[in-house]
Each structure stands twice: as C-alpha cells, then as structure tokens.
Design a protein. Structure first.
Length: 494
C-alpha cells in the first residue's frame, strides 16, 4: 500500500473515496460544509436521515453525486474537536480505512480538519496499523474479499514536514508488523529454532544477535528453562539481541526479556482441547521484545538495549517433566514443579537471571502471556503491570497513555510470597488460584536479584478477537512494542 501526504490543493484522483474527519456537534462545518455545497447538499440530506453525530467510531458513507470527482464520501466521527488528541487522530484515520477497505475503491484520501502538529503523521500510522493483514496461508481467497485500497493520501498543510516526520512512525509500524507476523504464524512453522532464525535475520538492521541452544544452556545451568522443553521434539533456544546506539558503547544497557512459548499444550498437566489453538500466541512477549529491538534499530535509537527471548515448546511426552519434579535454576534456587502448565515463569526465571548476571542492566522489563488470571482481573484491554520500582512503573504507565496501550499496575504484596514456598524445594511453580497473576509475578521477582524490574502480563492483550479498536485488526496486536519504544525514547535516550 502506498501511503503519501498531499496538500489540500492537490486534485482528488477520479474515483477515489474521500474521508472527512467530522467533529461532534459541528458535523457540517469547515471542509464538510464545503463538500456539502459542492454536492448540492447531498451530505446534509444523508446526515438528516441518519444517526451520525460525529461521535468517535461512527462513519457515514454516501455515493458522491454526479459531477464530484470522488466515487464516495465518508464522514468519520472523531468526537468533540478538543478531544482530537493523537490517538483519536490515529483511530479516526484507521476507521476511515476500515470503512472503505473492501468497497472496491483503490484510492482513499483522508482529511483531518483541525489536526494539530504531528497528527497527520499519527493518522498515517493509524492507517498502517489498521491495514495489517496476515494472509500468507490463504491460497483461494476471492479477489473481492481482499482489500481494494492500494493508495492512501493524508491531507496536510506541510507535506515535506509530514513526510519526514513519518519516517520514525513507519519504522515503528514495520516493527509492529514484524511482531504481529511472529504471533500469527502457526506453531508448526514457528517453533523455537525458526523464531531464532527470524530474529537472527534482524542483523541486517544493525542488531547483534546470538543464539544459544540446549547444550550451551545446559552449561549455564538453566535447568528451569530446559525442563519446559524436555517433552518437545524441537530444541529450546535463547536469543540474545543487542542494539548499541548510545554515544558511549559501554553505557549501561536497558533490558527486555520475553516469554517465547511457541506452543503451550500445558505439558503433562495438559490443557483442555477447547481453545488450545490459542496457545500458538504464547510467544507474544518474545515477539514484542523482538519487535521493540526492531523498532530501536529501525530508528537508530541513541540507547544501548538488550533483548532476551526464552524460546521453548511445552509438550507432553515420555521425556516431558512431571508434576513433582524438582529442577535447579541458573540462580541455584530449586523449584518444585506442581503444574507443568505454569511454564512461562520457569522460562523467564532463567532468562531474567542470565540477563542481570551478564549485562548488569539499568533495569529489566519482562513481557509474558503469563496467566489466564490477568484476563479475569483486567479484561481484554489492559495488560497487568507488576514492579518492585515506582519510577520504572511511572515511566511505563506514562508511555502506555501516550501510545494508547492500556496498562494497569497491580500489587506485589510480600505476604503472598509464602504461597509459593515449597515443602521440599526453595519454591514451587504455582501458588494456587487466589491472586494467580500476583503469585506468578512474585515467582519472577525471586530471579531479578534486586534489580529494578517490571513484569507485564500481556495474556489479556496479545491477541484481540473480536477487534474493538480500529488500529488493531482481529488477531495479533503487537502489544508492548509501541509502549516500550516510547518509554525508551522519552526516558532513556541521549
Ligand atoms: N500461557 C498460559 C496463560 C494464558 C492463558 C495465556 C490464556 C493466554 C491466554 C500459561 O502458561 C498458563 O497456562 N498459566 C496457567 C497457570 C496455572 C497453571 C497456575 C493459567 O493461567 O491457568
Ligand atoms: Mn501454560
Ligand atoms: Zn504459557
């Protein structure tokens, strides 16, 4: 898809769809009023016979009358003028795209009246995110079911400024698409070694990537991570990604750690069949970290950053670990396995320990589709944040607001920590049903060695079905890439 900025004076291509972002309470004003006059009052008549008020998310489409160069005209509600913030600009443009993507028109022009500085670029980002599609495995899709829009024009006052300003957003959109692709891939295609290969391919962006296999992890003593992959025919992997963009190559890095369970059957504690296919996206944390590293490299961020991905497959098998087993983690701490389905924390335990020991980072943030309980707590829009550090939490929450990726801080009460004490080992891997997301986070905390750390449980946000946000088409969201990229840009660069 071509995505370009054009001046308001540019001629509208014959047969295009023309979308006008309308303001609630003053729909037929400004540009909409002009177009209404050009069309002999057609917009006004359509409005009078509709329930369109300009509220967020509404669209009203009419076929343009003879004599108008557009094929169709679309009014997109963006809410009250004063509510047109950057996210609203993204959503409005994304809604315009969603409204006409299957209509048959090939060119869509979007005019955002009242757009403030930078909002034309945000609108373009909104379109890029909305237009994401994973269609690699569809061989028979009829042409009339495929999006017809191949060119999107965003109207703006300063075309040159918007075009150059969009470069960083485009790098971000590429990174999010990379993460979404990883999450969308079926688990027979994207197993740990294949995930590692794709991440290795990012070296072309200037990242350094090391891949450790089972023998290397054995030497490091990663009995916790390796136990999870024991039932799988696929080799477990640890991917270490580095971006060195700071002026001082020795500057202390920031670090991100991702849960990459390429498929989670539950292991011997087997999950029920219903919905098990969802567990292909149990690597959404690792995909978000890989996407973040892609974004940092893509925009040449002035920071040193490390991304560690624990890549495994959790399968039942004669070699698989059992409930009752005791494993020894890289930290030396022993873990009694109560439920082999609580595997994400076992993977992260060794990945976090390795990260802090080797890189001594400023902080670690891990992302993981860790618990079903976070969906019960927060529903499907918010990810859960757990942290031992208020400053890091505030930075993450601030970035979450700017980027429109909702995040909610949860408590880490010391009193609950005894729920994961074991009778025969240093700890056990489940703490029972009460506060399941919290005890999972408390488990992770035992492997951060006192470093500033935050854990984001994204089981609630990594996959969206049905879609409720125009920039998040059904399926993989890429949640976390934007938020972390923003936090790094605003707080840890320069
Ligand atoms: N991958 C799951 C968590 C999950 C559930 C992610 C639903 C996305 C959607 C995780 O490995 C898991 O199985 N957690 C268990 C933990 C329990 C056994 C303590 C859970 O949430 O039930
Ligand atoms: Mn599990
Ligand atoms: Zn899992």
């Amino acid at each position: 898809m071509d995505l370009v900025f054009v001046s308001p004076a540019a001629e509208l291509p014959e047969g295009a769809a023309f979308a006008i972002i309308a303001q609630e309470g003053a729909v037929l004003s400004g540009l909409a009023a002009e177009v209404d006059a050009q069309t002999g009052g057609a917009l006004g008549r359509a409005l009078a016979g509709s329930r369109f008020t300009g509220a967020k998310g509404q669209t009203l489409e009419i076929v343009a009358p003879a004599g108008h160069p557009a094929q169709r005209l679309v009014l997109v509600g963006a809410g009250k003028a004063e509510a047109l913030d950057d996210i609203a600009a993204e959503h409005a443009a994304a809604s315009a795209y969603q409204a006409v993507k299957l209509s048959g028109v090939s060119t869509l022009r979007i005019a955002l009246e009242g757009a403030k500085g930078g909002q034309a670029e945000r609108a373009a980002l909104g379109v890029r995110l909305a237009a994401y599609r994973f269609d690699r495995y569809r061989t028979k899709e009829p042409a009339d079911k495929k999006p017809s829009v191949s060119r999107v024009e965003i109207v703006c006052a300063d075309v040159a400024a918007a075009t150059s300003g969009f470069a960083a957003h485009a790098a971000l959109a590429d990174a999010i698409a990379f993460a979404r692709d990883l999450v969308s891939e079926p688990p027979n295609v994207l197993y740990p070694a294949e995930f590692a290969r794709r991440v290795k391919g990012l070296e072309s962006l200037g990242l350094e990537v090391e891949i450790l296999g089972e023998a290397e992890m054995e030497k490091l003593g990663m009995g916790s991570l390796l136990g999870v992959g024991r039932g799988s025919a696929r080799e477990s992997q640890l991917a270490i990604m580095r971006w060195n963009g700071a002026a001082d190559p020795k500057a202390q890095p920031v670090a991100f750690v991702g849960k990459g369970v390429c498929f989670d059957t539950g292991g011997i504690s087997l999950k029920p069949a219903e919905g098990m296919e969802d567990m292909k996206w149990d690597m959404g944390g690792a995909a978000a970290v890989a996407g973040l590293m892609h974004a940092l490299a893509g925009r040449k961020a002035k920071v040193n950053a490390v991304g560690i991905l624990g890549l495994v497959e959790n399968m039942p098998d004669g070699e698989a670990q059992r409930p009752g087993d005791v494993v020894t983690s890289m930290s030396g701490q022993t873990i009694e396995i109560i439920n082999t389905d609580a595997e994400g924390r076992l993977v992260l335990a060794d990945a976090l320990w390795y990260c802090q020991e080797r890189f001594k980072p400023k902080f670690m943030v891990d992302l993981a589709t860790l618990t079903g309980a976070i969906i019960i707590s927060l529903g499907n829009d918010y990810a859960g944040l757990f942290s031992n550090n208020d400053e890091l939490s505030e930075n993450l929450l601030a970035a979450s607001k700017v980027e429109g990726e909702p995040l909610w801080r949860m408590p880490l009460p010391a009193a609950y920590d005894k729920q994961i004490d074991s009778m025969i080992a240093d700890m056990k891997n489940t703490g029972g049903r009460p506060g399941g997301s919290i005890t999972a986070a408390l488990f992770l905390q035992r492997f951060v060695n006192g470093l500033p750390w935050a854990h984001m449980d994204i089981a609630s946000t990594a996959w969206k079905k049905p879609s409720t946000v125009p920039t998040l088409p059904e399926g993989a969201t890429g949640y976390g890439v934007r938020l972390l990229n923003r936090m790094v840009a605003d707080k840890y660069e320069g």
